[in-house]
Design a protein around this ligand. Sequence first.
Ligand code: GLY
Length: 284
Amino acid sequence: MAAMGTWSFSQPAVEKMRSMILDGQNATDVVERAAADVENDVETGRHIVGRGGFPNSRGIVECDAAIMEGVPGRFGAVAALRGVGQPCRVARRVMDRSPHSLLVGEGAEAFAQEQGFTIETNDSMLSSHTLTAYQEFLENGQHASGHDTIGLIALDLSGNITVGVSTSGAPFKAPGRVGDSPLPGSGLYADHTVGAAAGDGDKIMCYCPSFHVVQLMRQGSSPQEACTSVLTDIRKRIGKEKCFQIGLIALNMKGEVGAASSVEFPYTFWNQGMDSVEKRVISY
Ligand code: GLY
């Protein structure tokens, strides 16, 4: 049993995951519900997740989210989805109920509506914080700094592992821009024989680091060795000075964790040997 999340603001989500896992709940329900709380909280929108997230350059909030189980073929994602405060829930429905794996834009919105989700106005997706930032962007072309994005991994009592990722994406991005988060192998990857990983950082999609981490764990690396090795490999290929923002977390089937990052990167985790959720920070 274990749970893990990216960035400090994942702590309440990982605490919820811990209690759901101890309660015997399934890893996918655990990830979906913990992600949904964060996504729907307007306050955590400033961390670039769900409701209250930063809008695109036309003032519209467009979210990307994905969920992947360790069981082969179990993946669902949405991208550039408007008007839904809990996009990871829609990603789960894609995994469970759609013949497809990734739905985008209007198609994702239509699917969400068919599945009973209310499509909300854009105003209800914005917060006063992100509206002010958007006004500044319109007036000065000033881009809010920020990265974040939530990545959560749960390993349940029965040994099921699931990873989920959710983001409103880069602040003031081009309409239709899709980041790394909903892309399997980049934003997330899971294999029930090995473990799971989640990544954050737009440019990571060129390197499939979540897949790479899981592959290294398959070959015998610990989660920490795998994360460090993938980051080192990317840095070698592009040069340390040019390295973009990348954060990686990984959890194996023994409940061991690892993380690596090119920036200061807090993450939170718990496993069966611990009394409570802990935070660790990767210092760059
Ligand atoms: N890592 C989230 C994004 O760039 O959209």
